[in-house]
Design a protein around this ligand. Sequence first.
Ligand code: ACM
Length: 509
Amino acid sequence: MPPSPPRTPLLPRPTKARFKAGQFTLDSDTRLRVTPGAEPAAQLLRTLLAPATGLPLPPAADGQVVLALDTALTGLGGEGYGLTIGPRSVLLRARTVTGLLRGVQTVRQLLPVQALSASPRHGVPWTLPCADITDVPRLPWRGAMLDVARHFQPLSYLLRYVDLLALHKINVFHLHLTDDQGWRMPVAAYPKLTEIGGHRSRSMTGPTGDRYDGTPHGGAYTRAELVRLVDHAAARGITVMPEIEMPGHARAAVAAYPHLGNRPERTLDVWTRWGVCDTTLGVHEEVFDFCRTVLEEVMDVFPSPYLHIGGDECPTTEWERSPAARARAREAGLPGPAALHGWFLGRVGTFLTRQGRRPVGWAETGTELPEDFTVMAWRDPAHALEAARRGHDVINSHHRATYLDYPRSAGPDEPPGQPGGVVGLRDVHGHDPVPGAASPEAAARVLGTQAHLWTEYAATPARIEYLTYPRLCALADRSWSGPTTWTDFSSRLAGHTARLDALEVSRHP
Ligand code: ACM
């Protein structure tokens, strides 16, 4: 019998896969042999397969499916795995638990697509094609950002969002928790951040003009919910990186605590407009006390080594007009109030570094962030290269290739999205996170890439998924598998969409 290809090709594409004749069938007699330390992978496999298959997959010393953690394995790095499927046994091996978790997602993709269903599917033989797979990601940072500040989403949706990331071997969930239009994380010492800052009276209905929907919008997570999210993601090998925006995009915080702003006598609303807001945090000592207290709570909840503190789109007009801010710039020996931006981020970044965390910031130019920052380059591909040359670690996420809030086409049927651009599936697939002009040293500084979904125009889970899929599949493929041809990617995607449909993803057609 000739080797049978898998029924739907894998996405992302594994480094090496050889399919062979024959298959292994999971049934009610299948047992798992789990080596010490590999239990989280067994748990994830059971959790993922139970709803559709009902298979108990109990442990047994002579189990046919072996999940083996072997710290002596070489060549697989921190996330790679090897998977051997024969007619009588399955062996999943990795050097790390994370590698095993990635392999579990591959097993899941190799099963009939009904295995992804949320409800019981009877009468389906749960077969895996015989295969030898060795799979190691090309890049260590494969992220997705969701903005829950512009439109709040309940925890239940974030858990599903993480599940979908895990299927695609995305490993960083960047959670944009605060912005001008809403503050979503509770901080015990500053309860008004969510009580006041978590609610706005209405929202603009378009990108410009003065039209509003008249509907209040609000929401905030509890600390317990955020802890649950972190645990849920960790069980899938995903790090949740929180973002607390400063010193701009902070209007909700200033609305809650006017003394944090540049004009303490002024009471502002949580912003109801979209765009770049002039309101920024002040630069007096109480503001740094505030930032430290907030970030201490953030560090308590989020074990992520990386913490994002924003830094983008920060107008300096309020500082220029404020005698206190101008005096602060002079005292700090800065050339002027505009330099307070880098100075501010540097102070907060140093605080995080001393706590053993790594600050991440948005790059506005590629050269303005303090040394110890990991740079998220979004405006211009040249910024990613400049930052890498300066010695920053870089996440290269050029907006023209990774911002999923832009519509996928300019066609008349496309629902309105972020104005000013189109990001097609081919644009995402064509984005090489490692700039072609990078020297080997600079290329080594590029950790990876990320998709971003700002939610001014994406209020519901259905809209979020429509914008995210299948474009995120392209980013996942590119960052895990490296360059693949369009023909190869699009033919695998055609099969993969059956998985998205089984998961009831409301994807772009
Ligand atoms: C950004 O899009 N303002 C980072």
